[in-house]
Ligand binder design. Structure first.
Ligand code: MN
Length: 292
């Protein structure tokens, strides 16, 4: 097996607000070279780095909006988010939990800070990812996976070096909790200072590391500072992450779907015609109903 080398280390872009509740750095698709085709099947990555929200009687967030053609995955590191969609899915996720919504043929949803959390305010830190669906599944039935931290498979590292939460895919034979449409590894890696972990992915998998906390050394040489995204090359299968201080790293690896991408706002399909259709269906109320 050969080493998967580092292709680039991307620093966080200037943050912007999504609605009034998410202050995010966008890495995919607008980061340098991190476009949808390069990162396929990861077509969007917004990172709300740690940010303190003041107490608010009215929960902040994003009101009702549609999605079609992909999945949204929200990973909560700090704070609480309440989520509702027109297929009946929803719930509250808090520190360590993951919500995996398959929009597929179309849902309306809304995402807000949880009511009680909002009244207190505090540090808020989340990742939202969009995972593309293959053409054959884009118009399948919407579904929702609420994944509480307690249900996420965990692999302890030797010498109390930390642990790896297997959100999806597998790590050293341990299977992830979420079900996915295409092969994906999504790992939340928690390393104590000085600890090191090895990873294996096929060379073809588009792979990246988001440094959530602390700082790391990749393959023993490349520095990954907090809030940076390390893009791995498609030249090998193995890489290592070493924590230079206590670190949390979101490791993403996915087999590219390799189909044409037509994206417009909240819709990601394969052709322009399908995007036009999505707008028509949305305007005709075919995405269902969700109260504001
Ligand atoms: Mn959304």
């Amino acid at each position: 097996m050969t080493t998967k080398s580092v292709e680039l280390v991307a620093s966080p872009r200037e943050p912007h607000f999504v609605g009034d509740g998410f202050r995010v750095h966008n890495f995919i698709p607008s980061g340098f070279r991190l476009d949808m085709e390069r990162m396929d099947p990861f077509i969007m990555l917004d990172y709300n780095s740690k940010f303190k929200f003041a107490p608010s009687a009215r929960p902040k967030g994003v009101g009702v909006h549609p999605h079609r053609g992909f999945e949204t995955v929200t990973i909560a590191y700090q704070g609480k988010v309440e989520h509702h969609d027109s297929s009946g899915g929803g719930g509250v996720i808090s520190e360590g939990d993951v919500q995996w919504m398959t929009a597929a043929s179309g849902v309306l949803h809304k995402e807000f800070h949880e009511k009680e959390w909002s009244k207190e305010g505090g540090d808020f830190q989340m990742v939202q990812l969009w995972v593309n669906l293959p053409a054959k599944d884009k118009m399948s039935k919407p579904k929702y996976q609420a994944i509480e931290n307690a249900s996420i498979a965990k692999v302890p590292l030797v010498n109390k070096g930390g642990e790896i939460e297997v959100i999806a895919g597998e790590y050293k034979g341990v299977k992830g909790t979420a079900t996915t449409f295409t092969p994906i590894n999504m790992l939340n890696v928690k390393l104590n200072q000085g600890a090191k972990a090895e990873f294996e992915m096929p060379a073809s998998y588009n792979t990246g590391l988001l440094v959530i906390e602390g700082s790391i050394l990749v393959n023993g040489t490349t520095k990954g500072p907090t809030n940076h995204f390390v893009l791995m090359a498609n030249d090998g299968e193995q890489f290592t992450i070493e924590a230079t201080d206590d670190a949390i790293v979101l490791v993403l690896g996915g087999e590219p779907i390799n189909e044409p991408i037509a994206a417009h706002g909240p819709f990601v399909m394969n052709t322009r015609e399908e995007i036009v259709q999505a707008f028509e269906d949305f305007n005709k109320g075919k995405f269902g109903f969700l109260e504001d």
